[in-house]
Design a protein around this ligand. Structure first.
Ligand SMILES: Cc1ncc(C[n+]2csc(CCOP(=O)(O)OP(=O)(O)O)c2C)c(N)n1
Length: 662
């Protein structure tokens, strides 16, 4: 492995590429690829997509003047070459690490990250906004949007293409077509692109490149020829234009996105054009690292790996929530033929890959199209089928109106399963599932559940499968299910919480419950403590484990905490919560969601509504801020989620109570 980045280490800004000749640019591309391999193999991160954009990025930055020209990347997971060519090599080893550089784009991180990203489908809209701003202000810089073949199929991309083609302003859309989403790409557009690539006149890429470059006219030629759009007529065979041409773009392609000399020639000429241009570049995900080329799906996002061994280490340990869900989903579907599953381009991430193989006829991958996924589910439900719409919490944000307008108003039995609810870790603020409790609980008719562990997740999936009276949602976090809670369980009932009780003295982290509160001494704990040192900890979902750990720590300090696993955010089991609150005289709520509109505020409201506003309630939640990236064990406590934070909330209540009593 070499770490000699002779040319790359001199690059501070993309305009530095203008000083390099073609040989040096080719060397630079090799170094960028090597830097990605060297660093991502240590830090983990998005891998195969970035190996695929190396030549594309080098060619663009050698041809455009960035800045003032602007390149807007879709999603941002493929923009590591951009990071490296904008002077971030010295910090690249901190990629996705706590306080290091982000794995996506962020305007906070760098002035040449023109538009922050993480969610797919935004680049063309944002770039068109930049182009329109330029036209308003009267400047002349060029604007480029780069989108993948899966991201460009999202609804927003088409809304933007539609607008751009009509506006006719100077914008270049680059399609980075590697035929893959994370999993194989899907959809009619994908099929169209495949047909386009296989057109006989598009087959010989080397010959085609030559003719493409020759036929891109300069502006003078275009004016002389009286053409608004100069090249369409030169590139497309007489009878068949492309869809993009029909939409008002000059279509240039397909060209080999790894052929640096061709890409340089194309971009240098395209930069001269001043109307909507669509450059179709064919790239290979994982380019240059054989196993990643062969299986780009496996190498899309990776943890640290050994470059020589070419293998991603397998994770052992406790069951991952995603996998537990995937298995449970197959089980319930096998029992109810009405059940179908929907993913928006995330079969692996959501655990539906097994389902897609077991029950392919009842599985829908709709592409990166969360809004469509939800309304499609609504239609399925209205048509008598029972859809599970399985999506990350962060991506369901996209489809808020579809949940409200298409599902909830009509009270349709759509089951929403939200993976990655809570802080996801290295992917950072664009991907944290920090808001779903708030944005869903304001919608009438919706049932909201969160599971405390793998066993409860399985039970809740079964419960959802039998719940026919309207929309129902379930959230669970990224990661493995920890098995630290008392064994005893009650069955899931609509709107019913579960009282876990209090840990026993001497129980340590062993499972135990005060339903049998004999301590090692044989003396019931409660009888030895001052009754004022009681508290109810009412936790939801992923935070039940921390609540239990806090209760154990509190017990050592002489505070008896009764832990309630709320299970339902909506309908809230206010009777149970109120009775425990009354018994303990103080409540701490705990959730992995922002405070505003969250679980805690709803508990406080409901208690007040029952005339219990004298019972102090402290809320432990995520802050009113976007939490930065970093490993979950680092960022969770920093964001205020930990057993210690719960203990501090209890201490605060007791301190305040004493003050009031004085
Ligand atoms: C709205 C949204 N849904 C899902 C994702 C998850 N996601 C990240 S990258 C990706 C695939 C992108 O494929 P493509 O645009 O073709 O780029 P490639 O990785 O193939 O270069 C998906 C589905 C996302 N980032 N945003």
């Amino acid at each position: 492995m070499t770490e000699d980045y002779g040319i790359l280490s001199q690059i501070v800004s993309p305009t530095d590429l203008h000083k390099l000749d073609r040989q040096q640019l080719a060397q630079l591309a090799r170094e960028v690829r090597q830097a990605i391999l060297d660093n991502v193999s240590r830090t983990g991160g998005h891998f195969s997509s970035n190996l695929g954009t190396v030549e594309l990025t080098v060619a663009m930055y050698a041809s455009y003047s960035v800045p003032p020209d602007k390149v807007v990347w879709d999603t941002g997971h493929q923009a590591y070459p951009h990071k490296l060519l904008t002077g971030r090599l010295p910090r690249f080893h901190t990629l996705r690490k706590h306080k290091g550089i982000s794995g996506f784009l962020s305007r906070k991180e760098h002035e040449l990250d023109f538009f922050g990203a993480g969610h797919a489908g935004t680049a063309i809209s944002a770039a068109l906004g930049f182009a329109a701003a330029r036209d308003q202000i009267g400047t002349k810089e060029k604007v480029v949007a780069v989108a993948g073949d899966a991201s460009i199929a999202s609804g927003m991309s088409w809304e933007a293409l539609n607008h751009a083609g009509e506006m006719g302003t100077d914008i270049c859309v680059v399609l980075n077509d590697n035929r893959m989403s994370i999993a194989p790409n899907v959809g009619a557009l994908h099929n169209y692109l495949a047909r386009l690539r296989s057109r006989p006149d598009f087959q010989d890429l080397a010959r085609r490149a030559k003719s493409v470059i020759e036929k891109i006219p300069g502006p003078a030629h275009r004016i002389a020829a009286g053409l608004r759009h100069g090249i369409t007529h030169y590139l497309a065979p007489e009878d068949t234009g492309t869809l993009f041409e029909e939409m008002g773009f000059e279509y240039i392609g397909p060209i080999d996105g790894h052929d640096l000399p061709t890409m340089l020639d194309v971009f240098r000429k395209v930069r001269e054009l001043d109307y909507p241009v669509f450059v179709h570049a064919l790239t290979i995900k994982g380019k240059g690292y054989e196993v990643a080329e062969d299986d780009s799906r496996k190498w899309h996002g990776v943890g640290a790996f050994d470059v020589e061994a070419q293998e991603i280490p397998k994770k052992g340990g406790a069951p991952m929530f995603t996998q537990v869900f995937g298995d449970a989903m197959i089980e319930v579907a096998q029992e109810d033929p009405r059940i179908v599953a929907i993913t928006a381009a995330m079969p692996d991430g959501t655990g539906l890959t097994g389902f897609s193989k077991e029950l392919p006829d009842r599985y829908y991958d709709v592409g990166i199209a969360e809004q469509h996924a939800v309304t499609f589910a609504a239609g399925l439900a209205a048509g008598g089928v029972r859809p599970f719409c399985v999506v990350y919490s962060t991506f369901l944000q996209r489809a808020f109106d579809q949940v409200l307008h298409d599902v909830a108003i009509q009270n349709l039995p759509v089951r929403f399963v939200m993976d990655r609810a809570g802080l996801v870790g290295d992917d950072g603020p664009t991907h944290h599932g920090a808001f779903d409790i708030s944005y869903l609980s304001c919608i009438p008719n919706i049932v909201q559940m969160a599971s405390r562990d793998a066993t409860e997740l399985r039970e809740m999936i079964k419960f959802m499968a039998g719940f026919d009276s309207g929309p129902i949602t379930l959230r669970y976090p990224r990661g493995a299910s920890e098995d630290v809670l008392p064994e005893s369980r009650t069955s899931i009932q609509l709107g019913k919480a579960e009282i876990l009780g209090s840990p026993c003295v001497g129980a340590g982290s062993d499972k135990g419950s005060s339903k049998d509160p004999d301590a090692a001494s044989g003396v019931p704990v409660r009888s030895r403590l001052n009754p004022s040192t009681k508290v109810a900890i009412v936790a939801i979902g992923s935070m039940v484990v921390d609540a239990w750990r806090a209760a154990e720590a509190l017990l050592a300090q002489g505070v008896v905490a009764t832990v309630v696993n709320a299970r339902f955010i909506k309908p809230l089991d206010i009777e149970t919560i109120a009775s425990v609150a009354t018994e303990c005289g103080a409540v701490v709520t705990v959730e992995e969601n922002v405070r505003s509109g969250g679980f805690g505020q709803q508990v406080r409201d409901a208690l007040a509504g029952m005339g219990l506003d004298h019972v102090p309630v402290e809320i432990v939640s995520l802050p009113d801020a976007f939490v930065e990236h970093g490993a979950q064990p680092l960022i969770r406590p920093e964001a205020g989620l930990s057993p210690e934070a719960i203990c501090s909330a209890v201490a605060k209540i007791h301190a305040n109570t004493k003050i009031r009593m004085v």
